[in-house]
Design a protein around this ligand. Structure first.
Ligand code: NAD
Length: 294
């Protein structure tokens, strides 16, 4: 049986590694937080004493870390992992990070004869728990094919976006668009309500008309319109404002480094920044609607 090393056993990594164990893989993991390793151990993941011990005798290494700086330091920092890996190991970084960082680490891996792909995910903690994540992958086709059996045990959709870094680019583009249409949807519903319309009636009209979009379809931001949406439970749970702001920051970095114009993305980032400044970082991102509720 193949052995998997898994670094970063937090809200996403913990359940992802658990799904691999449940599917029969031999998984050894590591996290800097004792709380995360304790939970993982209870789910059948062996715990290594540090990152370097996690990668001994493994066939695949998966990382699921908070941000670019964590990934860069794990792989390229002083005592970085890349210099310790056997060239037979496939590296899969599932963290959401800047495309430039993903390319920098993967290119250095290549120089050392190692294979690396970026595989950020969409689907949140529930998707990680239920193994229904969408993986958006960047890397050489042969490496993506090698990763598929593992990714299929943690998710249900796997998209190959292009070469290394392409997974991160696609993820950043998608989440920037998500923020933009959520902001626009909240604004449009509020405009209708302030002009005497019922939020549910207006939402249904727009959903079936040319304004139709994913927010109106499954994630209506107006309280009471959709029972299953975070708006109907005080915006609790879901995809947090602080994570959306992080992704909009990555979109800004990508637009700056490629000289792209993203005025709508910039405005969405400003609006989410304002929500964070109001102390709403731990509410779902559809709480942008709160800006327009009286
Ligand atoms: P998290 O903070 O719950 O988990 C990250 C874990 O990494 C933490 O437990 C931390 O201790 C550990 N860690 C950091 N540096 C480490 C190191 N050098 N060695 C070992 N462990 C280390 O975060 P999360 O919610 O699991 O998110 C992980 C990634 O997934 C992020 O990039 C995030 O943007 C992305 N993501 C999250 C969601 C979500 O809904 N939470 C959805 C999609 C994508």
């Amino acid at each position: 049986m193949k052995k998997i090393g898994f670094i970063g056993l937090g809200n996403m990594g913990g359940p992802m590694a658990t799904n691999l164990v449940n599917a029969g893989w031999d998984v050894i993991g590591f996290d800097l937080l004792a709380e995360a390793t304790k939970k993982a151990e209870q789910k059948g993941i062996q715990i290594a004493k540090d990152a370097a011990s996690t990668v001994k005798n493994v066939d695949v290494l998966i990382s699921m870390l908070p941000a670019s700086k964590n990934v860069e330091s794990l792989y390229l920092g002083e005592d970085g992992l890349l210099s310790k890996l056997d060239t037979s190991i496939l590296i899969i970084d599932c963290s959401t990070i800047a495309p430039d960082t993903a390319r920098k680490v993967a290119n250095q891996a290549k120089v050392l004869g190692l294979s690396m792909i970026d595989a950020p995910v969409s689907g949140g903690v529930v998707g990680a728990q239920e193994a229904t994540l969408t993986f958006i992958v960047g890397g050489a086709t042969e490496n993506v094919e090698k990763a598929k059996p593992l990714l299929e045990n943690m998710g249900k959709n796997i998209f190959h976006a292009g070469d290394v870094g392409a997974g991160q680019v696609a993820k950043v583009c998608n989440n920037m668009l998500l923020a933009i249409h959520m902001c626009g949807t909240a604004e449009a519903i509020a405009l209708g309500v302030k002009n005497g319309l019922d939020a549910s009636v207006l939402s249904e009209i727009m959903r079936k008309s040319s304004g139709g979009n994913w927010s109106l379809e499954v994630y209506n931001p107006y309280p009471g319109v959709m029972d299953t949406a975070p708006a109907s439970r005080n915006y609790e749970g879901g995809f947090l404002n602080k994570l959306m702001l992080k992704d909009l920051g990555l979109a800004k970095e990508a637009s700056d480094s490629s000289n792209s114009e993203t005025p709508m993305g910039d405005l969405a980032r400003q609006l989410y920044q304002e929500l964070i400044e109001q102390g709403l970082e731990n509410l779902d991102f559809s709480s942008i609607q709160k800006k327009y509720l009286d």
